[in-house]
Design a protein around this ligand. Structure first.
Ligand code: AMP
Length: 582
């Protein structure tokens, strides 16, 4: 198994491809996001535990080590970090100098342990993602971190490429262009990709390594202290305020308002207030507007205009904010694709990349399912399902049919797809005739078999069992149905469920009535003399009721009338049988 790892600035994730599905793995507390924080004390703590230490032991705790990996002191991005210019960055933590690779390897070790505990097996190989703008030194250092954690690093993959894979965009048309808008906790990137022969090429990337959810938290924190008229606060109060701001921000992505409760601040004061989505949007908007320039830059570098993009996908927890989604739609003049969890897309893509490398992913076709039911139109215009919706392919199923009319000399096979009860409401995939010698009603035997191969090609075989003559028709489009069409068919079938069921019951009752009425008429003409006149009148009356119900098209009335006719003809039927036996 090859694990897929999103080694993020704020959070990291690990997953594997299991039984045909990419799965992200949770720790023993059920958490999938592991904070990318390491604490060096008496023991090394990673993740949530390390984050809890951060307020008390800031000197021994390190977060966002991704900003330092593969860097040298003196590089422009390393301003403010003291060290000999040109030497690889190291940090003094827990009494030792540590490299960013070593620190990152602690995060990777923890992810490895989470996966191994969950799966009960060793995971020795991994795919790790890095930002598209990472240079060779940063990529090599990330690979080394993986090796220090005990992994064989099969590949280093760009985050936007992984995200595009997770969104299923490798199935877009060749040369499709995609914008990946990635706003995380501390960084922003916009990458433009192009699909070339099934592989994503990064056409351009632009961003700000100091722009993200943390900036929004600070702005919201300031808003809270302004509203609470707090002039100053201790550093531990500041951390609590920042946490409260982040929680409020995340809540306000799905709620219109939230309550901030911060009891017992430094000088015994407490904060209790309501914060609305529009209030935080007002203070966040100027920060978020800064992403626009980067988007335009990246588009310019790729020589594209917003209209040239086929898809815009969202990555990073901060893109859950409704205001971000609105701004993205404005910048690109197109709604972003919201089909994946933005904070899991990169990890999922890494898992898929791992599955492709280990060779598991081409089995996906075998695990495909029929998106909609496949069947035949039967006598009376009903849908007869042969292979139900969601059947794993390849699949094979069949049924025997007979002629409904005496003297019939062939059967029309109409292949249908859909979830509706009436043939006309489903889609016709094809139709053909199978001839057979004229035979009495119910005497012909035609076997029909549907088989779908792993590529989704449907073969319909019909064979007259008496003569052995058969016909085979191939239908290519049985599995390739657009998601929208499937959705529309499913919602139609739900919407019309009651009327459809009613139509089916009525049709079945009508077929029964059409069979019964002439049979009753024939029996009466044979046996009328032997029945009491009262009985004959009753039978004729019930038969008339059935006819009337047929015209009225009322299902319940027809079923009732049929039951009454059945009752009234009980003794007639017995006499018929007795007569036939003598
Ligand atoms: P990431 O770097 O992708 O893990 O993103 C982390 C950032 O996403 C943090 O700033 C979080 O506060 C932010 N975030 C997570 N969930 C939400 C949410 N529902 N609404 C707004 N921001 C969120």
């Amino acid at each position: 198994m090859i694990a897929g790892i999103d080694l993020g600035t704020t959070n990291s994730l690990i997953g594997v491809y299991e039984s045909g599905f990419p799965t992200l793995l949770a720790d023993s507390n059920g958490k999938r996001l592991l904070p990318s924080v390491v604490f060096y004390g008496n023991e090394i703590l990673v993740g949530h535990e390390a984050r809890r230490m951060q307020a008390l032991h800031p000197e021994e705790t390190i977060s966002s080590v991704k900003r330092l990996i593969g860097r040298r002191f003196g590089e422009p991005e390393m301003e403010g970090i003291a060290g000999t210019p040109g030497a690889p960055v190291t940090l003094a933590l827990g009494g030792q100098n540590r490299t960013p690779e070593e620190i990152s390897s602690e995060i990777l070790k923890r992810l490895k342990a989470i996966a191994e505990t969950r799966l009960g097996t060793e995971i020795a190989r991994a795919v790790i993602t890095v930002p598209a703008y990472f240079n060779d030194a940063q990529r090599a250092a990330t690979k080394r971190a993986g090796e220090l954690a005990g992994f064989t690093v099969e590949r280093i993959v760009s985050e936007p490429t992984a995200a595009a894979l997770a969104y299923g965009l490798d199935k877009l048309q060749d040369r499709s262009k995609i914008a990946v808008y990635d706003l995380g906790g501390g960084t922003f990137d916009l990458s433009i990709l192009q699909l070339d022969n099934g592989v994503f090429q990064v056409l351009s990337t632009h961003g700000d390594t100091r722009l993200g959810g943390d900036d929004l938290d600070r702005a919201i924190g300031k808003l809270i202290s302004r509203k609470a008229v707090l002039d100053s606060f201790s550093s531990s109060d500041g951390i609590r305020l920042h946490e409260a701001a982040r929680t409020a921000k995340e809540t306000l992505s799905s709620e219109e308002q939230t309550t901030i409760l911060l009891p017992f601040l430094k000088d015994g004061e407490s904060i209790e207030m309501t914060l609305t989505r529009s209030e935080i949007e007002e203070v966040c908007a100027p920060i978020l507007r800064r992403t626009r320039t980067h988007c335009l830059h990246a588009l310019g570098d790729a020589g594209l205009r917003p209209g040239d993009l086929d898809q815009i996908i969202l990555v990073g927890g901060s893109t859950r904010m409704p205001l971000v989604r609105k701004m993205v739609a404005e910048i690109f003049g197109k709604e972003p694709n919201l089909s994946q969890h933005p904070d899991e897309a990169v990890a999922l893509g890494a898992v898929l990349q791992g599955a492709i490398l280990e060779g598991s992913l081409h089995h996906v076709a075998l695990l495909d399912v029929t998106p909609l039911s496949l069947g035949l139109e039967t006598f009376g215009g009903l849908m007869n399902v042969i292979i139900p919706r969601n059947t794993t392919i390849p699949a094979k199923a069949g049924e025997m049919f007979t002629n409904a009319v005496a003297g019939q000399s062939g059967m029309k096979i109409t292949v249908l797809q859909g979830e509706r009860e009436l043939a006309d409401d489903n889609w016709t995939l094809g139709s053909f005739e199978i001839p057979f010698p004229p035979s009495p009603k119910g005497a012909a035997r035609v076997g029909v078999q549907f088989s779908i191969d792993a590529d989704g090609i449907l073969q319909v075989l019909a064979r007259d069992t008496a003569t052995g003559s058969e016909k085979i028709v191939e239908i290519k489009s049985a599995v390739e149905v657009s998601d929208e069409a499937v959705e529309a068919m499913l919602s139609d079938s739900l919407e019309h469920a009651f009327e459809d069921m009613d139509a089916r019951i009525f049709t079945e009752a009508r077929l029964k009535a059409e069979e019964m009425l002439p049979a009753v008429e024939a029996a009466l003409s044979q046996l009328e003399g032997e029945l009491g006149s009262g009985e004959v009148i009753l039978i004729r009356e019930q038969a008339a009721q059935v006819n009337a119900a047929l015209t009225s098209k009322e299902t319940a009335r027809l079923k009732n009338a049929l039951a009454n006719l059945d009752n009234a003809t009980q003794s007639l039927a017995t006499r018929l049988i007795e007569k036939a036996m003598h």
